[in-house]
Design a protein around this ligand. Structure first.
Ligand SMILES: [Zn+2]
Length: 140
C-alpha cells in the first residue's frame, strides 16, 4: 500500500469520512492510507475543509512531475550529460531514482499542505467577515 499523498510506503495510518453513514461505500477507501501523521493530517485537513470532496489529483501529479525536472537535470549534469543511461552504474541509477522520487514526494506533500492552508485562510477570512457583519450596524 502506498501513501495517497506522497506515494511512499503506507504505515498503518488511515482516514474515513465521518460525514458518511456506516455502510456507505464512500465512507471508506482502501486508498486512504498514509506513510506518516504529516500526510494523514494534510489529507484530513483538506478533506474536512472541502467537505469530503476529493480534489483532482492529476493537476497535482503533473505539478509534482514538473518539479522533478530541475533536480533530475542537476543530477544528470553532475554525472555527465553526454553519458547514455545504459552506461550508468547501478548506484547511479538508484541515485537518479532517489532524486526524482524525493522531488516528486516533496512536491506532493507541499502541495497538499499549501492547499490545506489556502482553504483554512479562505474559511478564516469568511468567518472574520461574518463577525464584522454582525458586529456593526446594530440598531437600537
Ligand atoms: Zn506520505
Amino acid at each position: 500500500m502506498k501513501c495517497i499523498v506522497c506515494h511512499r510506503q503506507a504505515k498503518g495510518y488511515g482516514w474515513f469520512n465521518t460525514r458518511r453513514k456506516r455502510g456507505d461505500p464512500q465512507r471508506y477507501s482502501d486508498q486512504w492510507v498514509f506513510c506518516s501523521r504529516r500526510c494523514q493530517e494534510s489529507f484530513s485537513k483538506l478533506m474536512n475543509k472541502t467537505e469530503g470532496q476529493m480534489i483532482d489529483p492529476s493537476d497535482m501529479e503533473i505539478a509534482a512531475m514538473r518539479a522533478c525536472l530541475a533536480p533530475l537535470g542537476e543530477y544528470v549534469g553532475e554525472i555527465g550529460m553526454q553519458r547514455p543511461l545504459a552506461d550508468y552504474s547501478r548506484d547511479e541509477v538508484l541515485m537518479l531514482i532517489d532524486v526524482v522520487v524525493t522531488a516528486y514526494q516533496d512536491c506532493m506533500v507541499a502541495e497538499h499542505e499549501r492547499m490545506a492552508a489556502k482553504e483554512r485562510a479562505f474559511f478564516e477570512e469568511r468567518l472574520a467577515r461574518q463577525g464584522l457583519a454582525t458586529g456593526k450596524g446594530v440598531p437600537f
